[in-house]
Design a binder for this molecule. Sequence first.
Ligand code: NOJ
Ligand code: CA
Length: 712
Amino acid sequence: MRLKTLLALLLALTASAVLYAQQSLKTFSPSGYIQLETVLNNTGELQYRLLFKNKEAVGLSSLGLRLSTPAIELNRFSVVNIDSTSKDETWETVWGEDHRIRNNYREIAYLLQNKSSTPVKLRIVFRVFNDGVGFRYEFPQQDALHHFVVADELTGFAMTGDHKTFWIPGDYDTNEYAYYTSPLSKIDASGGGSAQEIHAKTFFDKNAVQTPLMMKSADGLYLNIHEAALLNYPAMNLVLDKATLKFHTQLVPDAVGNKAYLQTPAKTPWRTVLVSDKAPDILSSRTILNLNDPSVIGDSSWIHPQKYVGIWWEMHVGKSSWDYSGSQVGSQQATRVPHGANTANVKRYIDFAARHGFDGVLVEGWNTGWEDWFGQWKEDVFDFVTPYPDFNVQELSDYAKSKKVKIIMHHETSGSVTNYERWMDTAYRFMKRYNYDAVKTGYVGRIIPRGEHHDGQWMVRHFERVARKTAGYKIMVNMHESVRLTGLHRTFPNWIASEAARGNEFNAWSSGNPPEHETILPFTRLMGGPMDYTPGIFKIKMSYYDSTKKEQVHTTLTKQLALYVTMYSPLQMAADLPENYEANLPAFQFIKDVAADWEETRILDAEPGDYIITARKARGKDSWFIGAITDESARQFTTSLHFLDAGKTYIATIYRDADNADWKSNPEAYVVEKFVVTAKMALKLKLAPGGGTAISLLPATAAETKGIKKYK
Ligand code: NOJ
Ligand code: CA
């Protein structure tokens, strides 16, 4: 007993912010494994360093900002005051990977005064969590500084070795790149800007990459750099100095080259570094969410996770068109295909959704403007309230209601955000009139106001405005071509998903997403929040639709099923055509059964770029689901079911690759097997090249398990 008390005392002492040397402070995470060192050097520069279990994870790195109006460098300081505090609380999510999240950190905050002729006060706040650190700049209200323009942020991230890095080129407009894997020293983004079939890209430096950036050091540390709570500020890109392996920050500029226009009191987003010696810890981290503010939505009962189908993939595979005239968007081709969003076809999807228990039916191409769309950089293209003549809004609204299904609205802005902002209220009122409660927005093409970028402050403010305004109308929103996510779904839980990365759609009409893609995305893009990846494609090869086509989905069929568990989103599409599901009901059953909202999540095993095995428990239920995916290599795993309720018996339905399956040569071959299992068992998983296994684990009574074999 006494020893325990003594130990606790010792721990408390070493773990708090201890004055180490005159100029250097150490702040330990509650667990003691993570150590942040903040150092004020002789010239007044404040720098930080991060250690994990005494190993250096981030070397001594710079902090500060450069303002242009007034012109001041904020990087030489005298310390006014240092505060430290800590927090340990648990909060409930509206929806999410976990029902309850623990927010446990130690904080140290420096109040600094700039050493220039115009002394300005700046706070730098650090929070040290058990899996990493977050820090941000805060500008208190003060006489010396009211309005100001940020010219550059001087935050650095010094890497301590030539880490294996999963990166996409830095870009001001798009994150829809396929990932590159290379040592830091071999990053070369110059080729990355070409041949990736992306409509609007603004590549700016061959040494620039985007966050979330995932790295692995030679001695087995997993590192992830990103940001949290990106509001009223541009997104951060990282530019590597290859000689020193230090990253510096490159904020996305506006049309005249400025980065951010702020007024005191103001604060930047949090810069985050996550670190662990276990890859699953990165995926399990909730630090980015914890650094975001609680929900601003009081009554969130109208927000509901859901699965949906839609008039969507049929356009992407070229079977129908968005455009009423039947021409394919973006092509001058003479061959016409039917207009997809016609009343009869929408009813067919509504029937399908109702029959199989889906909540939503997305309909794209319902409104006028598509004939005028694509690459024009034209201001007025869509009005968001005028349907094509063959889309009967009232009739479909009534029909959907009678079938207890909701149509999901689609607003393609064509990048003309000025136009969209003029229409927003009218468009949301139109939605309410016809009983829509969710909208998918899109920002394909270059932004208007011309010269603005998708990831600049102007657009970041627009995305926030959309989140707030839709919330005011009790509308859920899913944003495509938005800025990368930074955990803002905690604050705006009606912002239920975004695309903001290379989605499954690329497999329909481009070189596509290589088999490793989905083993990287959870470590990168999804660190910031849910992605509308649109999994569930059963017809893998596009030659099925047109024998001249070479494109294909780069996975097996059962990997598409596993993605419902791997790729977290409260909004999950069953993206393939109804007829492809009807022809494959045994596999479709998994999509019908899988949950979209979770009580808890366990990352059972993972290695970025190679494989991920995820288990999740359905929220408010006793059922569990497992998704296991691999890259282009076949892999085998033994997966323990220890997380199941010890007292219960479950029926495991295993959807696996057939023995001869292969993403390239035989992608649609699968086997469905049922077994009786308990928490004491372990399952042997065999994943084909580019393959995956999906498993549902539903608690069962003795009567229900009759005739089903025990797993051996
Ligand atoms: C790109 C989006 O990602 C896709 O889902 C949508 O169908 C098209 N834009 C058209 O808006
Ligand atoms: Ca897109």
